[in-house]
Design a protein around this ligand. Structure first.
Ligand SMILES: C[S@@+](CC[C@H](N)C(=O)[O-])C[C@H]1O[C@@H](n2cnc3c(N)ncnc32)[C@H](O)[C@@H]1O
Length: 194
């Protein structure tokens, strides 16, 4: 899913002439998803710096992770993760963006663009209107089908024109939400607001 975001979403984001790019990790649990978005942005910009005529994301990205669970959010805000959290992280990414020995702390640079808020996806306001990217993975499964459809339609309303919705492998667009999005990548369920 993160590869798909790097491949399809970030280049489109970089091309936008917006002073701020708002990324929302909805149902972020203990923060790994939000910080991984921060890593992807940094990696994207490092690669853009070496490629002529490629625009960077620059300092425009703001990532907000939201969750209903206070304990998870405390872990997210702490930003320190045990060794096991890095089992699938390439060694060079780990050394570039996280401190040395476990527990590894996220870098100050990642913290500067990432924050967390407690929000109930079903009843609270979103962290921002006009989001450019909403990632909501393994969260809709908690809700019944009518609620899933309502959340998906709300995401559509909350996205900026041409904004992206990423659901990951497990969940998909349903019912009346289907025609609201174009499919960008079917396997990882990357969609773009029509
Ligand atoms: C399985 S985790 C997914 C974490 C992350 N998105 C990922 O894929 O790694 C599901 C998260 O959804 C959160 N959640 C469940 N119902 C929610 C609601 N109504 N509002 C906000 N978050 C909710 C849970 O607290 C939990 O942290």
């Amino acid at each position: 899913m993160f590869d798909a975001i790097a491949q399809y979403v970030l280049p489109a984001m970089a091309r936008l002439h917006e002073p701020e790019l708002r990324f929302w990790s909805a149902g972020c649990a203990s923060g790994e998803e939000a910080y991984t978005l921060a890593v992807l942005c940094r990696e994207y910009d490092d690669a853009a710096a070496c490629a002529p005529r490629t625009r960077s994301l620059g300092h425009r990205v703001r990532i907000v992770g939201t969750d209903i669970d206070r304990g998870s959010l405390e872990t997210a805000e702490r930003g320190r993760y045990p060794e096991a959290s890095f089992n699938e992280t390439p060694a060079e990414i780990r050394s570039r963006h996280f401190g040395g020995a476990a527990p590894c702390s996220v870098s100050a640079q990642m913290r500067a663009i990432t924050s967390f808020q407690r929000r109930d996806l079903l009843t609270d306001d979103a962290p921002f209107v006009e989001a450019h990217l909403i990632v909501c993975r393994n969260v809709l499964i908690y809700f019944d089908r009518p609620t899933q459809e309502a959340v998906l339609q709300r995401f559509h309303t909350l996205l900026a024109s041409g904004g992206f919705l990423v659901l990951g492998k497990v969940e998909m667009l349903l019912g009346d939400a289907r025609p609201l999005f174009a499919t960008v990548e079917a396997r990882e369920r990357v969609y773009r607001k029509r």
